[in-house]
Design a protein around this ligand. Structure first.
Ligand SMILES: [Zn+2]
Length: 250
């Protein structure tokens, strides 16, 4: 029998919840009147779907912010998952890890088909619309999801305090800047940022300070940059304030 751990459920308002899976990743449930969206599913060992069904009896739509295994790992609990298919190779890499293959065989589950999300696609949850916007940088297929009614931007690993651009699949710092500048006309449409590793909501200042720090980095102001160790690799990190934030880059 598959024993799944339970996420910690943090209400954001009366129809948006943060599901914290053991601080591995943050997932979200957003309920409209007719459907609810599950944004990311963590690494696959947590009962994200059950929690979503407990919170809302509505039909569920599963959407991935990007193809990393700590965000789409729990997709096996759904019949279909939406993703920008530019990240399909990353998702396939995660699904083909021998331990994952063994697990899904052992428990008789399987990963669902992925449905591509176009830039600007609007998910209608019934009285609540969520707009998907491409934000290539952390991965080629990263998307953010804008909920104008609640003034929330769900930003995955695309906009967060510690931004990882050092991964082999990550795009140049300049691309991340272009991606964020494309969102500038929408900057007045949100004041809360809920990202893929957050424990509490961030404010719009995260967007502004991150973009300023990226521009500082692109301008070559790297004198204060530090070594950053991740999974046995060493990359450079560009610190920015407040609170010792980092942009890790190649
Ligand atoms: Zn990621």
């Amino acid at each position: 029998m598959l024993q799944l751990r339970k996420p910690e459920i943090v209400p954001i308002n009366d129809h948006v919840w943060l599901l914290d899976d053991n601080h591995e990743a943050a997932c979200y449930v957003v309920a409209g009147r007719e459907r609810a969206m599950v944004i990311d599913t963590s690494i696959g060992l947590c009962s994200i779907r059950e929690a979503a069904e407990f919170l809302t009896g509505l039909p569920l739509i599963c959407v991935n912010t990007h193809g990393h295994g700590d965000h789409m790992g729990g997709n096996w609990a759904f019949e279909k998952a939406y993703m920008n298919l530019a990240d399909l190779p990353l998702a396939e890499e995660s699904m083909n890890i021998p331990e994952v293959q063994e697990g899904i065989k052992q428990f008789g589950v399987s990963y669902p088909p992925f449905e591509h999300i176009e830039d600007g696609h609007v998910f209608d949850l019934g009285g609540l619309e969520i707009e998907a916007l491409y934000l290539p940088g952390h991965t080629p297929g990263e998307i953010v999801l804008l909920d104008r009614q609640d003034r929330i931007l769900f930003s995955g690993d695309g906009i967060l305090e510690h931004l990882w651009l050092q991964l082999p699949e990550s795009l140049p710092v300049e691309t991340q800047i272009e991606s964020m500048k494309r969102l500038l006309p929408l900057r007045d449409c949100f004041d809360t940022i809920l990202h893929g590793h957050c424990r509490q909501p961030a404010g719009i200042e995260l967007f502004d300070t991150l973009l300023a720090a990226l521009e500082d980095l692109a301008a070559g102001n790297t004198a204060d940059d530090i070594d950053y160790v991740w999974y046995g690799n060493v990359s450079k990190a560009h610190p920015y304030q407040p609170n010792d934030r980092r942009i890790v880059y190649k």
